[in-house]
Write a protein that binds this ligand. Structure first.
Ligand code: BES
Ligand code: ZN
Ligand code: ZN
Length: 481
């Protein structure tokens, strides 16, 4: 679907006109005419009251039809984005035209474009039946072309991450994902290095090798570098790239394994973010380290009790092979630190405990200090993604001390699992400024609503792009102008 700007005199004859309506059928500015022209009996019959989430199509005298979208009590960024997401899937024509972007709130264009571009997402690679959405162009009356283009960079990156995460593990071995990341990153002007098995051995990434040991599909490490001449900051990213998490010898139960192709969402998010930052040309240097491996069961698989030696930092007694994300991140963090970034952010579907604590729609943030935490939380708020800070409570560190090695990879208690995992990671960043995003809950949307489409979410991309913008010290509003 193309998203573009048009003038107010646009021809509507074959188009769907998308119009916003507030609760109790109050028209938003610009919608008066369309609403006045709507048959009150039809509105009554459809029980259309402009509530958030409501959508109604009616005949129209100038357009093919008019699609009323409910915005609820207030036309704000979130309600517009969500309404647009719902509307875009209802359009039955090839063209849709809207003036929702003209609602006088900050970031209205951004909300319309995000809602449409994210809400229209479909993953049809394996579908032989059904049709893609009919809409091929969305036209925003009087919008700034460059604003649309900028927003699309981030939505396209989000949808790219969604494609990777939605792809079954069968077709996404570490090697395949590395190739796909390479293709997209190089096209965006990002330099790419991919380490194969021999190089990983040579570099002594003992924790990654320990996780990879049970799989016939060899691991990879992808290193992305975006180095603009005018860089004012250097961001280090690390993404958990478990292409399938069976749990290893500490095998998961069948229900818990069902969604474990998602376990490379962190890798997808940091790769897509780096690509977006490069395409936007932000003056931020980015170094992204992406360790990729299956966590499989096999004759050579790492056993509980085995001790692994990451590239740097504490040795690890593996007591549960299902706590594998923190192992590959230990190596990833060790590698990214060599590049001496100003701030390190890792992204991982790390713990079921984060999902238990915050549910399916909120990601956990842990940070080395409160300033870093605020930087991430403020970026998330500007991006419209939901993150919540969790404590790096040092007392719990004792629970991951090992009798034989420096650390063990599980605490032995079910409680506070997201915190002990984060404390484990903190042992590999020393005194670097660092944030850890546990996206185990919101890596996947569980139902379709607004801009959220059931399946991989790409959550984290928008926040990290916004974080990079913040490092350049753009206006705090975070809206693109
Ligand atoms: N990949 C999982 C975490 C996960 C769970 C992600 C649910 C998405 C949805 C991770 O590798 C894992 O298995 N963690 C264990 C850790 C435990 C053994 C300490 C968990 O959370 O159960
Ligand atoms: Zn696991
Ligand atoms: Zn995992």
């Amino acid at each position: 679907m193309e998203i573009m700007t048009v003038g107010a005199d646009v021809d509507l004859t074959d188009a769907t006109l998308v119009v916003g309506v507030l609760a109790e059928n109050q028209p938003v500015p610009g919608a008066e005419e369309a609403l006045a022209g709507a048959d009150p009996v039809m509105l009554e019959l459809a029980k259309f009251e402009g509530k958030g989430g409501q959508v109604l199509t009616l005949p129209h005298d100038r357009a093919k039809s008019v699609l009323f979208v409910g915005l609820g009590e207030e036309a704000g960024f979130e309600s517009i984005r969500s309404a647009m997401g719902n509307a875009i899937r209802m359009v039955k024509t090839e063209r849709a035209v809207t003036n929702l972007n003209q609602i006088p709130i900050e970031g209205a264009v951004q909300a319309v474009v995000e809602g449409a571009a994210l809400g229209a997402y479909q993953f049809r690679a394996y579908k032989t039946e059904g049709e893609p959405l009919p809409i091929t162009s969305l036209e925003l009356i009087g919008a700034e072309e460059s604003t649309i283009a900028q927003v699309l960079v981030t939505t396209e990156a989000t949808n790219l991450a969604r494609d990777w995460v939605n792809t079954p593990a069968l077709d996404l071995a570490p090697e395949t994902l590395a190739d796909r990341i390479r293709t997209e990153a190089e096209a965006a002007g990002v330099s790419v290095e991919v380490w194969g098995y021999d190089r990983i051995v040579e570099e002594k990434l003992g924790a990654l090798l320990g996780v990879a040991a049970g799989s016939d599909r060899p691991p990879r490490v992808v290193i992305l570098e975006y180095r603009p001449d005018d860089a004012v900051a250097h961001l280090g990213l690390v993404g958990k790239g478990i292409t399938f998490d069976s749990g290893g010898l500490s095998l998961k139960t069948a229900p818990l394994m069902e969604e474990m192709k998602d376990d490379m969402a962190g890798a997808a998010v940091v790769s897509a973010t780096t690509i977006a930052i490069a395409r936007l040309g932000l003056p931020v240097r980015v170094t992204a380290v992406i360790p990729l491996t299956d966590n499989a069961v096999g004759g050579r698989a790492t056993r509980p009790g085995d001790i692994l030696r990451p590239v740097s930092g504490p040795t690890i007694e593996v007591l549960n092979t299902d706590a594998e994300g923190r192992l590959i991140l230990a190596d990833g963090l060790g590698l990214v630190r060599r590049h001496e970034p100003d701030l390190i952010v890792d992204v991982a579907t790390l713990t079921g405990a984060a999902r238990v604590a915050l549910g399916d729609k909120i990601a956990a943030v842990f940070a080395s200090d409160s300033e870093v935490a605020s930087t991430v939380l403020e970026a998330a708020a500007r991006a419209g993604e939901h993150f919540w800070e969790m404590p790096l409570f040092r007392d719990y560190k004792k629970s991951i001390e090992s009798d034989l090695a420096d650390l063990k990879n599980v605490s032995g208690s079910r409680y506070g699992g997201a915190i002990t995992a984060a404390l484990f990671l903190s042992s590999y960043v020393d005194d670097s400024k660092w944030a850890h995003l546990d996206i185990a809950g919101p890596a996947r949307w569980r139902e379709t609503a607004g801009e959220q489409v059931k399946g991989a979410s790409g959550v984290g991309v928008r926040t990290l792009v916004e974080l990079a913008r913040g490092l350049v010290d753009q206006p705090k509003s975070g809206t693109v102008s």
